[in-house]
Ligand binder design. Structure first.
Ligand code: PLP
Length: 283
């Protein structure tokens, strides 16, 4: 694989980052994952705008140059012959040459790394069979709207879900579902789609925004509000959205079947329209 590090395209085994990099020592970094279908980027503009927002919220001295980013993404797709999968992008606050909690001087160069990963995203087994989730307390920090590389709790939650025979965890705060470990969470009840409103409690998913626009095109009713675990148990349907998963059906929550226990119609329709609309707009 060819990867990108601070301006250079290199074979992956020749790419290096300093042990003093703040991404390594403090998880002082932000990231984006853009999905590639037929060699084209899905939702690129949204990911790049969110990247700038994450940088600004953390006072990182980064001015994201969208055309330049697009060029690097395309170059990586080309060099790696990527048809379906994703491109991972990570910026850190760079390498101050020492370990110190205080931020380094403004002129410290941020570190930028990017790499591709092959993954089947269209026509997956999950789309056919759905996912099982378990609910777990949300123990993450309070700024989940910033897409940081601080992903230890979501990793632990994912492992706990797997240990319980499920695929993923839906995290819960004060009785209300926040989101999945790497996706936004939805239920459908009596034809209404319910998903948590945007705040600091969840990531503002790029896929979420597009899926809600699709729901509007399909004239489906949407309520953006927190929902409880009991509401999720009693839902007709449930699903999760993310850049690489699009809209994936959830068929079981804490061992209880959701609705019929089969992937739901609403999520299938949304997924279909999402792919159609986003492939048209892919760059
Ligand atoms: N929520 C969390 C915690 C995530 O990590 C992600 C994606 O990685 C999402 C939601 C979905 O966001 P997007 O649709 O932008 O991929």
């Amino acid at each position: 694989r060819t990867v990108y590090v601070n301006g250079d395209y290199l074979p992956e085994n020749e790419a290096t980052v300093s042990i003093f990099d703040r991404g390594f020592l403090f998880a002082d970094g932000i990231y984006e994952v853009t999905t590639v279908v037929d060699g084209k980027l899905i939702g690129f503009d949204g990911h790049i705008k969110r990247l700038q927002r994450s940088a600004d919220e953390l006072k990182m001295n980064i001015k994201v140059d969208e055309p330049e980013m697009l060029e690097i993404h395309r170059e990586l797709v080309k060099r790696n012959n990527l048809d379906q999968g994703m491109i991972y992008l990570q910026y850190t606050r760079g390498n101050p040459g020492d370990r110190d909690f205080a931020f380094p001087p403004e002129d410290t160069k941020p570190t930028l790394v990017m790499f591709t990963q092959e993954k089947k995203v269209v026509g997956t087994a999950v789309e056919e069979n759905g996912l099982k989730v378990v609910t777990l307390e949300d123990l993450r920090w309070g700024r989940r709207d910033i897409k940081t590389v601080q992903l230890l709790y979501p990793s632990l939650a994912k492992m706990e879900a797997k240990a319980r025979g499920a695929d993923d965890a839906w995290m819960v705060q004060d009785g209300f579902v926040t989101e999945g470990t790497s996706n936004n969470a939805y239920i459908v009840k009596d034809g209404t789609i319910i998903t948590r409103h945007l705040s600091n409690d969840i990531l503002h998913g790029i896929t979420r925004k597009s899926i809600l626009a699709c729901a509007q095109l399909l004239q489906m009713k949407v309520e953006e509000r927190p929902f409880t675990v009991d509401e999720a148990y009693a839902a007709d349907e449930a699903f999760a959205t993310s850049a690489s998963g699009f809209a994936n059906p959830i068929v079981e929550i804490d061992g209880k079947k959701v609705g019929s226990g089969k992937p739901g119609e609403v999520s299938a329709k949304l997924r279909e329209l999402y792919i159609e609309e986003n492939m048209k707009a892919a760059v």
